[in-house]
Design a protein around this ligand. Structure first.
Ligand SMILES: [Zn+2]
Ligand SMILES: [Zn+2]
Ligand SMILES: [Zn+2]
Ligand SMILES: [Zn+2]
Ligand SMILES: [Zn+2]
Length: 318
């Protein structure tokens, strides 16, 4: 197309257009190359400063762990300077056994200590005084109605305690029939209270039937009996009485024939007199032809005409 010079001149404008096209083309290539380079730089930057595999340093202790405080370790990335921390948790003390540094006694507190075998820290606690452990009391001196006694107790620690036992009478209160009496020496004080109520009725205090006071003959006593048949002496060795109802009394006796002549009757008459001496009842016992040495153990029941004001009766044996 450039063979014809005339046309070359003529076509020069056409050649300029070609060069212009080439320049445009080169320009485009340059832009693309720049873009590629930029992308490459970005990729390199991302690779270097963006996502990367950290290169961690060794863990460094920032705060040491103790038995009761958590510790802290730190490591740093060589590339980006990022740091990581890790807590080491406190595991607590590892205490040894308690051992006494001062033994407690009966009266003084003691002390026990234990040591942590990891950190050497120690703890102590009080062991409290146990107090004496007393034996039971033992009497070292008996008390009496008129003197004090003493008693003692001991502890395994050797401590001893002594107490006085206050002596004195052990009084039992007066009752209807007995005065105030010491259980130990039988000493009496004052009078019996006496029943409350009428003779023959129930006492309002002790709930017993109230009988008159009974006076009995002293024993041994001899009873002499004589009749046309002969004579006899009976010795009464024992006498007792019992009210069988409010107006009946039973008198029991033990007797022995100590003297006899001919063929007499053995006979006892038991009379009961009131406080004025009037007979208010009688009974008798009889045995025919007794012999010397005969022994009796008998009872005679006597009905009484008891007045409710009759506070005392007397038994007479003839
Ligand atoms: Zn890093
Ligand atoms: Zn410890
Ligand atoms: Zn003690
Ligand atoms: Zn006494
Ligand atoms: Zn009474």
């Amino acid at each position: 197309m450039c063979a014809d010079f005339g046309w070359r001149t003529f076509y020069f404008p056409t050649g300029l257009r070609e060069r212009e096209k080439d320049m445009k083309k080169n320009h485009l290539i340059t832009i693309i190359a720049c873009a590629i380079a930029l992308v490459a730089i970005v990729v390199v930057l991302i690779l270097v400063f963006g996502k990367h595999e950290h290169t961690w340093s060794e863990w460094q202790v920032s705060k040491a762990v103790t038995c009761d405080n958590d510790g802290l370790n730190i490591r740093v990335c060589d590339k980006c300077g990022e740091s990581q921390s890790m807590i080491t948790y406190a595991q607590g003390h590892s205490w040894g056994a308690w051992s006494p540094t001062k033994k407690a006694t009966c009266t003084d507190n003691g002390l026990e200590t234990r040591v942590c075998d990891k950190c050497g820290e120690s703890q102590s606690k009080t062991t409290y005084a146990k107090g004496h452990s007393w034996s039971s009391w033992s009497v070292t001196e008996q008390y009496t109605c008129t003197t004090n006694g003493s008693k003692e107790r001991v502890c395994s620690c050797g401590e001893k305690e002594t107490q006085i036992i206050v002596g004195g009478h052990s009084w039992e209160s007066a009752t209807c029939v007995d005065p105030k009496t010491c259980k130990n020496c039988n000493l009496t004080e004052g009078e019996a209270l006496g029943h409350v109520g009428m003779i023959g009725s129930e006492c309002t205090r002790c709930k017993q039937i109230i009988y008159p006071k009974v006076n009995m003959p002293r024993t041994p006593m001899a009873v002499y009996h004589s009749s046309a048949l002969g004579t006899i002496i009976i010795e009464i060795t024992q006498l007792s009485y019992k009210f069988t109802s409010s107006n009946r009394i039973s008198v029991s006796f033990s007797a022995e024939v100590v003297s006899v002549s001919d063929e007499p009757l053995a006979k006892l008459t038991i009379s009961v007199l009131d406080s004025d001496g009037y007979k208010i009842g009688s009974g008798s016992w009889m045995d025919v032809y007794p012999s010397f040495g005969d022994k009796y153990k008998e009872s005679v029941s006597v009905s009484l005409e008891l007045d409710e004001n009759c506070s005392e009766i007397t038994i007479v044996i003839e």
